[in-house]
Design a protein around this ligand. Structure first.
Ligand code: S3P
Length: 177
């Protein structure tokens, strides 16, 4: 089974995903790292040198190249579900989990992490707050198609893994886990 963790930048997908995987002996991969391995350069350079459209192409390809059959948790990039029909693909190929946070929480969490995120580079805190508000509202259209929506502040990685393994089907109630 493939579990796809989705959510905005700064929602803690990688940390949460690593914890889920280590609880259950599953593999963990970060989609951005897979892309960086293929491209031989950081995501930031891919954006700068080749542009976002190119990044979205390689992102969609990397997503589809993850072998089915593995038990694996994938931390997706914040934009992954919103391009190239990726959300429909993930909902067919595995289980999607939206790690949900509100815009204010995300703005706080991203304040110190702007430099490594090409989409936020050069923004001051005010600009970033506005950007996150707008972008999150746009992106939730895709994020809300997840099979499970969980409250990022309350969620417990081990408990979520148990639910995924032992208690399907999923009923899409935010905050329940
Ligand atoms: C992006 C999020 C990033 C990375 C790229 C684009 C986005 O991943 O894929 O910078 O469009 O939100 P994280 O969510 O891991 O920061």
């Amino acid at each position: 089974m493939i579990v796809y963790l989705i959510g905005f930048m700064g929602s803690g997908k990688s940390t949460f995903g690593r914890r889920m995987a280590s609880r259950s002996g599953w593999k963990f991969e970060d989609l951005d790292s897979l892309i960086e391995n293929v491209e031989g350069r950081p995501v930031r350079d891919i954006f700068k040198e080749s542009g976002e459209d190119y990044f979205r192409e390689v992102e969609a390809t990397a997503l589809r190249n993850i072998p089915e059959g593995d038990n694996i948790v994938i931390a997706c990039g914040g934009g992954t579900p919103c391009y190239k029909d990726n959300m429909a693909f993930m909902n067919r190929a595995g289980v999607t989990v939206y790690l949900k946070h509100d815009a204010a929480t995300l703005t706080g969490r991203l304040t110190n992490a702007r430099k490594v995120r090409p989409l936020l580079e050069g923004m001051d805190r005010g600009e970033m707050g506005k950007y996150i508000n707008t972008k999150l509202a746009e992106r939730e259209e895709w994020y809300n198609k997840a099979q499970l929506i969980i409250d990022g502040l309350k969620a417990d990685p081990g408990k979520l893994m148990d639910i995924l393994l032992f208690r399907p089907p999923y009923d899409n109630e935010p905050g329940q886990y």
